[in-house]
Design a protein around this ligand. Structure first.
Ligand SMILES: NC(=O)C1=CN([C@@H]2O[C@H](COP(=O)(O)OP(=O)(O)OC[C@H]3O[C@@H](n4cnc5c(N)ncnc54)[C@H](OP(=O)(O)O)[C@@H]3O)[C@@H](O)[C@H]2O)C=CC1
Length: 277
């Protein structure tokens, strides 16, 4: 199965479906990333704060998959924001991953109250100009923080990784991204697996395709144009989440899923989150 690519505003491409490793302990990361790579995933989403860059990197290096066929995302943690500290934190991430470059580097949270994200972004621009990252982007930015970034810095982020699933459809932010050539990447695309995947309406729609609610939700993301990075540490689910390219949503499915938007967040709200952890 070939996963379709999306193309960034700088011409770099990324698989639209990838694999996220939040909450996977470092000791387990090597095993699950290996399974994901064997399943066919080529895009892996980690972060400094996940404390599993080392295990992830070991799996990537041992896989035998040529580096240019892999797409590796990592993120700068909040406590490292600022120009010099960003450059140091990037070096540390690269060393833990054991890689020569990262495909996509993201500011994990804007932390507007700290007022550092513009300086941080200028360090990202330097890393990009120096060829140490192929693309730079952001995560958890709002229309307000993105507007300031666009107004006051040079490079337009290639994407914004935000919480997005049928209970939090993010219409306004998605429209803003589209207007500015920024792709939308969905974190917690399955709503962290709990309440969302038990939704009776999603179960009904999924059954109509002989698919699971998780597969239906992933298909919905892909058809909307979102980049999507579901996490699972369960081999059968890693495979299930990859098996989403043999069916299409009907107009009825799309209307029914649109009606599920309740503004429910499973993670923190970027407008108020101040975690330095
Ligand atoms: N930028 C940011 O601030 C954030 C980024 N992220 C990124 O997004 C990725 C995905 O988000 P995440 O929060 O992990 O949540 P997801 O929406 O991907 O859901 C993961 C949960 O769903 C379960 N699950 C996965 N597949 C299935 C399935 N087919 N059927 C039933 N249950 C399933 C998993 O269980 P199990 O593992 O037991 O199989 C796990 O508990 C993260 O790993 C991370 O890379 C996440 C949060 C914040």
């Amino acid at each position: 199965m070939t996963v379709p690519n999306v193309t960034f505003n700088n011409g770099v491409t990324m698989p639209q479906l990838g694999y996220g490793v939040w909450q996977v302990p470092d000791a387990e990361a090597e095993r699950v990333v290996k399974i994901a790579l064997e399943t066919g995933y080529r895009s892996i989403d980690t972060a400094a704060i996940y404390e599993n860059e080392e295990g992830t990197g070991r799996a990537l290096r041992a896989s035998g998959v040529p580096r240019e066929e892999l797409f590796v995302t990592t993120k700068l943690w909040n406590s490292e924001q600022g120009y010099d500290s960003t450059l140091r934190a990037f070096d540390a991430s690269l060393e833990r991953l054991g890689l020569e470059y990262v495909d996509l580097y993201l500011i994990h949270w804007p932390m507007p109250s700290r007022g550092l994200y513009l300086d941080t972004w200028r360090a990202f621009e330097k890393l990009h100009a120096d060829g140490r990252v192929r693309a730079i982007g952001v995560s958890n930015f709002t229309v307000e923080t993105l507007t300031r970034l666009l107004d006051e810095t040079e490079v337009v982020p290639v994407l914004n990784q935000i919480e997005l699933h049928p209970y939090l459809q993010q219409e306004e932010l998605r429209a803003f991204h589209a207007e500015h050539g920024i792709l939308t990447e969905a974190w917690s695309p399955l709503g962290q697996g709990k309440g969302l995947l038990d939704d009776a309406e999603l179960a009904r729609l999924a059954a109509g395709h002989g698919k699971t609610p998780a597969q239906l939700v992933l298909r919905w993301h892909l058809e909307l144009g979102n980049v999507v990075i579901p996490k699972s540490a369960t081999p059968s689910r890693i495979a299930e989440n990859f098996d989403v390219f043999d069916f299409e949503l009907t107009d009825e499915d799309k209307a029914a899923i649109a009606a599920l938007d309740k503004g429910t967040r499973f993670g923190p709200d970027p407008a108020t989150f101040t975690g330095l952890g």
